[in-house]
Design a protein around this ligand. Structure first.
Ligand SMILES: N/C(=N\O)NCCC[NH3+]
Ligand SMILES: [Mn+2]
Ligand SMILES: [Mn+2]
Ligand SMILES: [Mn+2]
Length: 314
């Protein structure tokens, strides 16, 4: 695996300070060294720097639109570059509004994408349905072709065109979906595996059916957008909107192992790690370590172990 890493220390898609510290915490936990240790070639493109935006009045209900639009324009260009240089792209957040730029930039290199969205939340409110105004609860509404007519003109968003089809999206881990989002998911017929389905089917069947769905027509590159709050808060408490009844460590890792073995993982977002929300130091460490392990699972780490092809017993 050839991996390009981009850090996006950005928090303006939501209202809690600290999530901008995610990228460097994940690096400090050894992501680059550990990816190299399992045979990946890794290029770290560093962190984006985001200029302050003065006077960022709410548009519709969407809060801080200028900052979010500008940051995601920068991220889109960075992700496109990393993809054009032939790497799988790892985007370290920052809040989940960054999926706007990450998926847009990934799609810009021409191919149609499948999106696997692992999250307690659907993040598919529009600027007019959002109950909070926080754009980290809205990214999918800007990206999906079928919702284009539901998005008002927003400052610093003119660069953004929807780039994924509803039928190419699968959600895993849902357990906190707003009524307006639930209507949109049903109206668009989007494939979802809430925690009820995870319990009923088991994670292996969920992944089998996820792949059946996204490969049902054409096999396309996969964009995995992983919100750390998909995991149970007992394992990953250091996040902005924890929701009880989440994925176990084993389920979370199984998702990444299964997607890795398709050979089609082309970009992954790891977002919403917030050290100021973890309670204890152990909570922060547990959250960051889980994020690292999930990314290692995306790029070849398997729990059964592995060995180099030319190994011989001495
Ligand atoms: N972490 C969040 N999305 O992934 N929060 C926004 C949605 C809350 N209902
Ligand atoms: Mn989020
Ligand atoms: Mn999210
Ligand atoms: Mn979430």
């Amino acid at each position: 695996h050839s991996v390009g890493i981009i850090g996006a220390p950005f928090s303006k898609g939501q209202s809690r300070d600290g999530v901008q510290l995610g990228p460097d915490l994940i690096r400090a936990a050894g992501l680059v060294e550990k990816l190299k240790g399992q045979g990946c070639t890794v290029k770290d493109y560093g962190n984006l720097t985001f200029e302050e935006v003065a006077k960022d009045e709410t548009t519709g209900r969407a809060k801080r639109p200028r900052a979010v639009g500008q940051a995601n324009k920068q991220l889109s260009e960075a992700v496109r570059k990393i993809k054009n240089e032939g790497h799988a792209c790892v985007m370290l957040g920052g809040d989940h509004s960054l999926a706007i730029g990450s998926i847009h930039g990934h799609a810009a290199c021409g191919t149609q994408l499948s999106v696997v969205w692992v999250d307690a939340h659907a993040d598919i409110n529009t600027p007019l349905t959002t109950p909070t105004g926080n754009i980290h609860g809205q990214p999918m509404s800007y990206l999906i072709h079928e919702l284009r007519s539901k998005i008002p003109v927003m400052p610093n968003f003119s660069w953004l065109k929807p780039c994924i089809a509803a039928e190419d999206v699968v959600y895993i881990g849902l357990r906190d979906v707003d009524p307006e989002e639930h209507y949109i998911l049903k109206y668009l017929g989007i494939k979802t595996f809430s925690m009820t389905e995870v319990d009923y089917l088991g994670i292996a069947k969920v992944m089998e059916q996820t792949c059946d769905h996204i490969f049902s027509k054409v096999k396309k590159p996969i964009h995995l957008s992983y919100d750390i709050d998909a995991l149970d808060p007992s394992l990953a408490p250091a996040t902005g909107t924890p929701v009880v009844g989440g994925l176990t460590y084993r389920e979370g890792i199984y998702i990444t192992e299964h997607i890795c073995q398709t050979g089609l993982l082309s970009a992954v977002d790891m977002v919403e790690v917030n050290p100021k929300r973890g309670g204890t130091d152990n909570g922060v460490r547990s959250t960051v370590d889980a994020a690292v392990d999930l990314l290692l699972g995306c790029f070849g780490r398997v729990r059964e172990g592995s060995h180099s092809a030319d190994y011989k017993i001495p």
